[in-house]
Write a protein of this length. Structure first.
Length: 202
């Protein structure tokens, strides 16, 4: 099992259950604290940027928000965003909104962009973005209602309206890309960066 060293400490700037589960399973020791940033304001300053660049910038911003408060720690920020049919989708704001998202995704390809960044003090040490392509099968209205009966409100915290580790796997007929990226964080590159920075034993 991977063991974290006592210094520098690691803070996960996220309340994401899936990101915490990935780090826990990998044996990484950390503290978790949600970052308070204005994501829309940051995105407004990134007009013309690719989805991957936006996810990466938001990851850096989340990590930087906590790094300024904990200068001796390394802070890991993460972000995921979804594009389908040329449109950007955020987390659903209601069950009806989730149903609309799922109806739109039916028969299309979801591009899921997941990014991560490490920040210490006022400097970004490392950042990375990855993309997975999820081919959504044709979803009947009956299935969407059945699905939401089981998965709402848990999926209200997810972009794409799914938890791949739960019933969300039934949405897809094919997935291209890394499983950790689908879960919301490019874990293998993150672990490599943590080793490089002395957080994990190399």
């Amino acid at each position: 099992m991977i063991e974290a060293q006592t210094a520098p400490g690691l803070i996960l700037a996220s309340k994401s259950a899936s990101r915490r589960a990935m780090l826990d399973a990998a044996g990484v020791k950390y503290d978790a604290m949600p970052a308070d940033i204005d994501e829309r304001a940051i995105e407004d300053n990134l007009r013309g940027a690719t989805p991957g660049e936006i996810a990466e910038a938001l990851s850096v911003a989340k990590a930087a928000a906590l790094a300024s408060l904990h200068p001796s720690a390394i802070v890991l920020g993460g972000d995921s965003l979804v594009v389908a049919g040329g449109q950007r989708f955020d987390k659903p704001v209601s069950r009806d909104d989730a149903a609309r998202h799922l109806g739109f995704f039916s028969g299309k390809v979801i591009e899921l962009h997941s990014a991560a960044a490490l920040v210490r003090g006022d400097g970004c040490l490392w950042s990375h973005a990855d993309c997975a392509r999820l081919h959504v099968r044709d979803l009947s209205p009956e299935f969407i209602e059945h699905y939401l009966d089981h998965e709402w409100p848990e999926i209200s915290h997810t972009v794409g309206c799914f938890r791949i580790e739960a019933m969300g796997v039934q949405l897809f007929e094919r997935i291209e890309g890394d499983q950790f990226t689908v879960l919301g964080m490019p874990l293998i590159p993150v672990l490599g960066a943590l080793r490089d920075e002395g957080v994990l034993i190399a």
